[in-house]
Design a protein around this ligand. Structure first.
Ligand code: AOF
Ligand code: ZN
Length: 397
């Protein structure tokens, strides 16, 4: 994840230690949502004294986790604290980190990003500066923005972040003409996708993808501990899923409606015939929620209104601050065209599909194409991963 540096920084560089703090945060991916998953390392004389990442929502912040792990606090005097986000200066579920940081006598604090939470918003930086701590700010800025984007976006745009994820062939197909899409990218890309899923509060797919792939949409087969499963959101205005053949229905029950995480069916009220409702009710599936789409100007506007509705968050017992859309091309194109995509994770596999059916079908308004801002590149096995911000997202930051 993040941009591969041209020259790997050395241990004398702040970037080296900040990357370690970021890696610490990444190993706790999704654990603290909707709190940002912050990473922290404390370094003295070229060695790591302590490290930490934010605990589950309401738990200790990264700085406190790191500092608490050092029994003899006097060892922290003169050390450098690296933290991906400004230490907080407010009392929330946790006391202000800045009080604790100030009391340790650090010689320097290297801070990644300003916390956009209006309760903090530079307050932590100002406190440390006043206390005479040497500060450095902005190290690894782009990578930290990418990492903390769901949290930043929630404060800057006041709406959930919509991130697209798709795998494509070299000639831009999101599925082969047979409709198969699962095997375009390789195992490394799939492992990365699974890891990434826990960062987002929910995964959204359209009925076409559900009926073609019967996806599980869960976090599995990635390295390290898994912190949580995203909610599954199935967008199915015409209730096609509820009227599929019996054999397919049984497959869906086994794969897509499993009890490990809630599944939400977003359906048009008018398409909800008694028979379709009953099919769901007959099974007593507590983890499956039927949510009618509210009124709106277009289908995607209605979808978005449903996602923003606090009632949905209540049903699934989780705020939905960030959503990853895992295709297919029709849903992705409709969202992009409506200006409702903010970020894209794109895997390109070394395969030529040669077909035409499953491509993004965007009509950019002025015929010049929609230009995205790439912020990270990586090689994953034989695939290339590029991560892009949509133009409206770059403007916010
Ligand atoms: C930090 N370090 O590791 C995190 C911070 O309710 P609370 O007390 O948990 O506060 C949540 C807010 O604290 C959150 O909205 C964000 O502004 C900041 N998160 N701050 O110093 C951390 N996760
Ligand atoms: Zn804090």
């Amino acid at each position: 994840y993040g941009t591969e540096p041209v020259e790997r920084p050395s241990r004398e560089d702040d970037a080296y230690w900040m990357r370690l703090a970021l890696e610490r945060a990444m190993s706790a991916c999704g654990r603290s949502n909707p709190n940002p998953t912050v990473g922290c390392v404390i370094v003295k004389e070229g060695r790591v004294l302590a490290e930490g990442a934010t605990e589950v929502h309401g738990g200790r912040h990264a700085e406190r986790v790191a500092i608490d792990s050092v029994a003899d606090r006097s060892r922290l005097r003169g050390a450098t604290l690296y933290v991906t986000l400004e230490p907080c200066s407010h009392t929330g579920r946790q006391p202000p980190c800045v009080d604790l940081v100030e009391s340790c006598g650090f010689a320097r604090c290297v801070i990644g990003l300003v916390d956009p939470n209006p309760l903090v918003a530079g307050g932590g930086l100002r406190r440390l500066r006043r206390a005479g701590v040497e500060l450095r700010f902005g190290v690894l800025r782009d990578e930290l923005i990418a990492w903390h984007l769901p949290f930043l976006f929630w404060h800057l745009a006041s709406r959930p972040l919509m991130a697209a994820k798709w795998a494509q062939t070299l000639d831009g197909q999101l599925a082969y003409d047979s409709g198969r899409s699962q095997w375009i990218s390789g195992p490394e890309s799939r492992a990365y996708t699974h890891w990434l899923r826990q960062k987002y509060d929910a995964i959204l797919v359209g009925a076409g993808t559900v009926l073609a792939d019967h996806p599980a949409l869960t976090v599995r087969s990635c390295q390290g501990p898994h912190h949580r499963q995203p909610i599954r959101l199935l967008f199915d205005p015409n209730a096609r899923i509820l009227s599929c053949p019996e054999e397919q229905w049984r497959t869906l029950l086994q794969r897509t409606f499993t009890a490990e995480t809630p599944t939400v069916l977003l359906v048009d009220e008018a398409a909800l015939t008694e028979a379709r409702r009953e099919r769901l009710q007959a099974r007593g599936l507590e983890q499956v929620h039927l949510v009618p789409l509210p009124a709106g100007a277009s289908t995607v506007a209605r979808l978005y209104a449903a996602l923003e509705d606090p009632l949905l968050a209540e049903r699934v017992s989780r705020p939905l601050h960030s959503i990853m859309v895992e295709g297919g091309p029709r849903l992705l194109s409709a969202l992009a065209e409506a200006g409702l995509l903010d970020l894209a994770h794109v895997f390109t596999a070394p395969t030529i599909g040669g077909g035409l059916r499953y491509r993004l079908g965007l009509s950019a308004p002025d015929g010049t194409g929609l230009r995205l801002h790439p912020f990270a590149h990586a090689r994953l096995g034989d695939d290339l991963l590029t991560e892009y911000l949509l133009p409206s997202t770059s403007k916010l930051l």
